[in-house]
Design a protein. Structure first.
Ligand code: AGP
Length: 618
């Protein structure tokens, strides 16, 4: 799961590549490097372990000559430690005229390496990627045809890869191959781009082509050609990128995460736009293909996702079951795929992913499709593999999410899940249409409410700072508050590197209460007290139980809930809403809490250690 960028055109290649890498750095930041073919015809490479700034310093100290063609890479290490030597690009051939970058894993690299070593090839790194560089260079030496050499070698590679290659003796072309890893082409005027996703080039062009499985791209400045690995021509499918380039910059915020938290009212509003009418009725044109008969035939929904996206599924489960009475099962994609799950043609798979490139989620959906199920994706990234491979897509319109910790993508996923629940509810007729429309009207109010929450976060912010030395924080919730509690704990783990766990509040007495001791911070998501069947009294009892054992209780509660103040040391209020939609509101203070706590510890909130944003390996 690395970021790759390629460029051919008249502009400063160095600037284009470094700009693209800056936008892709979320995909990996163990090391970075670029290669260019200079206007004088020489292949020049700079690479450095650590974040992109280290590479920029290296280039400042050792400038590259002007160039109009090049490739760049930002790495999340798999094979070989994150060192200068293992950083990409890797050079191939005895005279090192070929430069290659790779995202993914070459599973058969050991046998290919043995073959090269036996032929006398010397390796400069411990990576699997360098094997491909030497193989392509050797093949080119034999035939003098770079495209043919490239095509012959990529067919021999097993695993997941996007590979980009330039060669000093073919100075006007970048070659790319895609197999189980992302690749998108950007089409410019007299210039063309390659990237792991459109963020790599969206500031230069919004015209893009997504590249299919087992396809090769031959990229010149004035021409882009696509072929299959077998050499068959492919007619490219062009699309227009809807992301605004400025959305992928910090715009004065201290971090991308802080900016993305602030973007959330817009993310919710944009995800609702055009889908929810003012009378509360839902129209999901993307899944118009699903007729009323199709909806009636669904006997089970299986939602697959990983990490934060899986908590969006947990929230959606409550809403879909409530509004449509269709049973929903939520599965971590990596567990689902490998346990011989039961899937029938009447099972609808809903795969949720911000990036649309999470390999675990892709493998789960591919498996489900093989079993005959229909797959509906909820995805944030146009042209992503998940979107391409699904029967239908509901795009979340959160815009580019750069910080590794997901925030605005999550609230957009929750919003899309609610829309889907209302849509299925209308199709099934299990709940009166007027009731669903009134819920739809309530959902329309959520962007304004999210905005209101953002204006009330000073005290949770202060609390984050105050608790920066905490060794552990627990989170409790019920109903949709339960996945919110899980998400609060995940945010704290990934950003602040401290122990954090989320529990269903009802589970407390079955074990976790033993963790409570004097001073243990516990954040409790308190449900609205207004519903007739509210779980409010039960959660208040849970708070009393942990208070009696010394916990410091921090409550996230609905405004007007004065009772909670009698039991909690600190309360952050969110606006009133139907309890089922409250997850969109209650999760926000938890995001801010984690951000502040991690910042107070001096940690990099945008790029936490050991993580990458899109996990494109299993
Ligand atoms: C969230 O903060 C995480 N970084 C991570 O759990 C993420 O949500 C997960 O890897 C799924 O990513 P996706 O939505 O791109 O599939």
């Amino acid at each position: 799961m690395c970021g790759i960028v390629g460029y051919v055109g008249p502009k400063s290649t160095q600037e284009i590549l470094l700009g693209g890498l800056r936008r892709l750095e979320y995909r990996g930041y163990d090391s970075a490097g670029i290669s260019v073919i200079t206007n004088g015809g020489a292949l020049e490479t700079r690479k450095k372990a650590g974040k992109l700034d280290n590479l920029i310093a290296e280039i400042t100290n050792h400038p590259l000559a002007p160039a109009n063609i090049g490739i760049g890479h930002t790495r999340w290490a798999t094979h070989g430690a994150p060192t200068d030597g293992n950083a990409h690009p890797h050079l191939g051939g005895p005279t090192s005229k070929l430069s290659l970058i790779h995202n993914g894993i070459i599973e058969n690299f050991a046998e290919l390496k043995a073959e090269l070593v036996a032929a006398g090839t010397k390796f400069a790194s411990e990576t699997d990627s360098e094997v491909a560089a030497h193989l392509i260079a050797a093949e080119f030496e034999k035939t003098g045809d770079l495209v043919a050499a490239f095509g012959a070698v990529v067919k021999r590679l097993h695993g997941a890869f996007t590979i980009l290659v330039i060669h000093q003796d073919a100075p006007d072309v970048v070659l790319a191959a895609r197999c189980n890893a992302p690749l998108v082409v950007g089409l410019g005027d007299g210039e063309n781009f390659l990237g792991s996703d459109v963020a790599a080039f969206v500031e230069h062009t919004k015209r893009a082509i997504s590249v299919g499985q087992n396809q090769i791209v031959i990229l010149h400045s004035n021409n882009v050609e696509l072929r299959t690995f077998d050499g068959e021509p492919v007619v490219p499918e062009e699309f227009t990128v809807s992301w605004d380039a400025s959305a992928a910059s910090k715009g004065g915020w201290s971090s991308f995460m802080a900016k993305e938290i602030a973007d959330q009212p817009q993310a919710v509003a944009d995800t609702l736009m055009g889908r929810l009418a003012s009378d509360g009725s839902v129209r999901l044109a993307e899944i118009d293909g699903l007729t009323e008969a199709d909806i009636k035939a669904i006997d089970r929904i299986v939602m697959v996702a990983c990490g934060t996206a899986s908590y969006a599924c947990d929230v959606a489960k409550y809403a879909i079951e409530k509004f449509s009475r269709i049973p929903v099962q939520v599965e971590l994609a990596h567990e689902f795929r490998y346990r011989d799950p039961i899937i029938t043609p009447n099972t609808l798979i809903v795969a949720v992913s911000q990036s649309g490139e999470t390999m675990d989620t892709l493998m789960a959906t591919r498996f489900a499709k093989e079993q005959g199920a229909k797959v509906l994706a909820i995805c944030n990234t146009q042209g992503a593999t998940l979107a391409r491979e699904s029967d239908a897509v509901i795009y979340t319109h959160a815009g580019p999410e750069v910080a590794v910790a997901s925030t605005k993508a999550l609230v957009a996923q929750m919003t899309a899940g609610y829309l889907l629940a209302l849509f299925l509810g209308a199709g099934r007729g299990a709940v009166p249409a007027a009731e669903l429309r009134s819920l739809g009207k309530e959902l329309l109010k959520m962007p304004a409410r999210v905005n209101k929450v953002l204006g009330r976060l000073d005290s949770i912010r202060a609390l984050g700072k105050e608790l920066s030395t905490a060794k552990s924080v627990l989170f409790l919730g019920r109903n949709v508050g339960f996945p919110v509690a899980m998400e609060g704990a995940l945010k704290l783990k990934e950003l602040a590197y401290i122990h954090a766990e989320g529990f269903a509040a009802g589970e407390l007495k079955h074990g976790p209460i033993a963790l409570i001791e004097e001073g243990q911070p516990v954040i409790v998501i308190v449900p609205s007290p207004r519903d007739a069947d509210s779980l409010h009294p039960k959660v208040i009892s849970n708070i009393q139980e942990i208070r009696a054992r010394g916990a410091r209780v921090i409550a996230i509660a609905e405004e007007g809930d004065a009772e909670v103040e009698n039991y909690a040391e600190h309360v952050t209020y969110v606006p009133k809403s139907a309890n089922i939609f409250s997850s969109i509101l209650t999760v926000i203070p938890l995001q801010l809490f984690a951000l502040e706590l991690a910042t107070a510890k001096g940690l990099d909130v945008d790029q936490p250690r050991n993580l990458a944003k899109s996990v494109t390996v299993e």
